[in-house]
Unconditional design. Structure first.
Length: 220
């Protein structure tokens, strides 16, 4: 099996999913900003995060190429996992609006609550602390099932056929969070967020374990 991973920023890679996929014997191919589109077929698509907005297609023309890739996987009914920007891109391709949220940024650890059950989220708790770094949000695609919501933003996780959109970052490792703290320090200053509050090893361990569960559930 082969996984295609669409990456938008070098430090925003697939994190723990790199280890999960490798442990299952799945080959991984990264494509950065859709510069070199592979010709071969893949079995699963990951669409990762980034600082750009779905509505900035003219500024970031690679987005339109990635929209076509997402469409291809949707039509083929192959598994897709969109994370943060990736979830917003998935919602956009499914015909919904992506926009700046009116409730400000979510940066750091936030509680999300389960609204519906789905086989892809078997074994996930009713309440969960997840890592966030976003302000953009989206409307729930037609015929999609909302799985999780938060106080600030309603659409935190959804399922559409074989596609999963996660607004939060389930893939992060401790080292990735440290990298983001340095790279996006200005965001933290603007929001008066202390760096020390972002490293929560228990939460990281839990979300990493759930990442394994999610992949197992999606491939059952």
């Amino acid at each position: 099996m082969k996984a295609l991973i669409l990456r938008h920023v070098q430090i925003e890679h697939a994190g723990v999913f790199n280890y999960i996929l490798s442990s299952k014997g799945i080959d991984i191919r990264y494509v950065d900003q859709a510069k070199e589109l592979p010709q071969e077929e893949f079995d699963i698509l990951f669409v990762l995060g980034g600082y750009m907005g779905v509505y900035e297609e003219s500024q970031y023309p690679f987005l339109s190429r990635e929209f076509r890739i997402i469409e291809h996987f949707l039509k083929a009914k192959k598994p897709i996992l969109g994370i943060c920007l990736g979830a917003q891109m998935l919602a956009h391709v499914l015909g919904e609006k992506v926009y700046k949220g009116q409730n400000g940024k979510e940066i750091g650890w936030y509680e999300i609550r389960k609204e519906n059950d789905h086989k892809f989220f078997k074994g996930f708790p009713d309440k969960l602390m997840v890592f966030q770094w976003h302000q953009d949000t989206f409307d729930l695609p037609k015929n999609a099932l909302r799985i999780y919501s938060s106080d600030k933003y309603q659409n935190q996780a959804f399922v559409y056929e074989n596609a999963v959109g996660l607004q939060f970052h389930i893939e992060l490792t401790k080292d990735m969070i440290k990298e983001w703290i340095e790279a996006y320090e200005e965001d933290l200053k603007q929001e008066n967020i202390e760096k020390d509050t972002l490293i929560k090893e228990d939460y990281i361990k839990t979300t990493n374990e759930l990442s394994y569960k999610l992949i197992e559930n999606m491939f059952q």
